[in-house]
Design a protein around this ligand. Structure first.
Ligand code: DUC
Ligand code: ZN
Ligand code: ZN
Length: 452
């Protein structure tokens, strides 16, 4: 006896699309078969004309993150509620290590905020600030704990030096961890920022001008150089520039394991958004770049040189963004996106820009594989029943009113999508139904990851 059968839909995996019924039992995929008519089942859903997809994995979020003098506006409940409503059933949130704190202590500290609050499942990466003394070795302990992925920042006051970055990569190689990197050149950002402020150039446009293409590209190349020197894998988060794409392609062609993530905002918008009246709402780092970079990212996706799509979801309220009306450096960096990633990528597929299988690969299958999230990312028998039913005929215009985050605006306002998720299941439980969140706070569980 199954708990649920989703009948007559088109199942889409990272490799193929085929007509099949999908059965769920005890929160797991129990069968995927041409015809499950006649099987005993508590509930049957007709998915005729719909796609049946694995839930997406957003491998890059900053929920309730202290940053820029405030805390990002979506806490673990609001952020994961919004995720569920956009077909994302697992989020990887960044734990920012405190100075002097071991990696596992950092995870446990953050987990107190998340436990009992998340609406979908969650995992963590640790953003490493301090590897002095025994703290470098504490990376190994976190790997055993189920958090085998880490990130270093090359910017901000908590960014690491090249030497520390190298040490972290070396430790990761020893213990089988994966290091992600936020790549921008800190010196250049500081120098350009100082220059523009001293010239009275304070609008959001100068956020972009102080972090243009070459500032990111140089750091991408430097980060790749250290990973190559050690022959250890590297994951570049939120890649947003054309020359960085080229560097990734070259490294992959040479046989190195360099993964690249980009985000929907870099695929949709260009730096021109910073000239808009509401330009500061788009301020995030790295900033959106020029049209050539936007095109290069799409081309890299088509070639297979971008491995994952994630959001860098880190929203701040309008009043907080307004702190930077007269000084772009006072704008908290980050935008909302957690509810928009899968619908955006699937809409691109629906319009023929990429195959649906590619959208599933980038948003579900690859993040599961790369981060060792073994029970997620596909609709294979035995995996968690994280399922999205997608209506390719449903037109949807994004408005903040229709979103489920706690933020009071969205950079995605007015963007039109063709096709939209109509239902999301998290381990077999319906959590999103035709516009409404129907899940529950605290349903989400910690997902232990392993790269072994
Ligand atoms: N960039 C952002 O825009 N927000 C949070 C952290 C980051 O690196
Ligand atoms: Zn970042
Ligand atoms: Zn980030």
């Amino acid at each position: 006896m199954f708990d649920l059968i989703i009948k007559n839909g088109t199942v889409c995996t990272a490799d193929e699309m085929f007509k099949a019924d999908v059965a769920v039992k005890d929160g797991k995929i129990a069968a995927v078969s041409e015809d499950l008519s006649g099987c005993e089942c508590a509930k049957v859903i007709d998915a005729s004309g719909k796609l049946v997809l694995p839930g997406a994995i957003d491998a890059h979020t900053h929920l309730a993150m202290p940053f820029g003098g405030t805390i990002s506006s979506d806490d673990y409940f609001a952020g994961t509620r919004a995720a569920a409503c956009g077909g994302t059933t697992t989020v990887f949130d960044f734990v920012l290590q405190d100075f002097g704190e071991t990696m596992v202590d950092a995870v446990k500290r953050r987990d107190k905020l998340c436990k009992g609050r998340a609406a979908v499942d969650y995992a963590y990466h640790v953003a490493v600030k301090d590897v002095s003394g025994k703290l470098l070795d504490s990376i190994e302990e976190a790997v055993e704990y189920g958090v085998p992925s880490f990130k270093v920042f090359m910017v901000y006051d908590f960014g690491v030096t090249d030497g520390v970055f190298y040490k972290i990569l070396e430790k990761a190689k020893q213990c089988g961890a994966l290091i992600g990197v936020h790549a921008e050149n800190n010196e250049m950002v500081n120098t350009l920022t100082e220059k523009f402020l001293s010239e009275g150039k304070t609008s959001a446009w100068y956020h972009y001008m102080s972090r243009p293409e070459f500032v990111e590209a140089e750091a991408d190349r430097r980060a790749i150089a250290w990973a190559k020197a050690l022959d250890t894998p590297l994951y570049i988060v939120h890649l947003a520039n054309k020359d960085g794409v080229k560097a990734v392609t070259e490294a992959k062609d040479e046989g190195y394991t360099i993964y690249a993530e980009t985000c929907p905002q870099y695929l949709e918008f260009t730096c021109d958004v910073y000239k808009r009246e509401d330009g500061r709402n788009f301020v995030c780092s790295p900033p959106m770049k020029g049209e050539e970079s936007r095109q290069a990212l799409w081309e890299a996706i088509k070639r297979g040189d971008i491995d994952t799509i994630a959001t860098d979801h880190c929203p701040f309220q309008t009043s907080e963004k307004d702190w930077g009306k007269d000084d772009f450096t006072k704008i908290p960096n980050g935008c909302a996106g957690i509810e928009n990633m899968y619908p955006y990528m699937l809409s691109a597929a629906n319009e023929g820009k990429i195959p649906f299988t590619k959208a599933v690969e980038l948003c579900a299958a690859n993040p599961a594989k790369i981060f060792g999230c073994k029970q997620k990312g596909s609709l294979a028998v035995g995996k968690d029943a994280d399922i999205v039913i997608y209506d390719p005929e449903k037109d949807f215009t994004i408005t903040n009113e229709a979103m489920h985050s706690d933020c009071d605006h969205t950079i995605w306002e007015g963007v039109k999508l063709h096709g939209y998720p109509v239902q999301t299941y998290s381990r077999g439980k319906l959590v999103y139904d035709n516009g409404d969140f129907v899940g529950e706070e605290g349903w989400g569980e910690f997902v232990k990851c392993s790269l072994k």
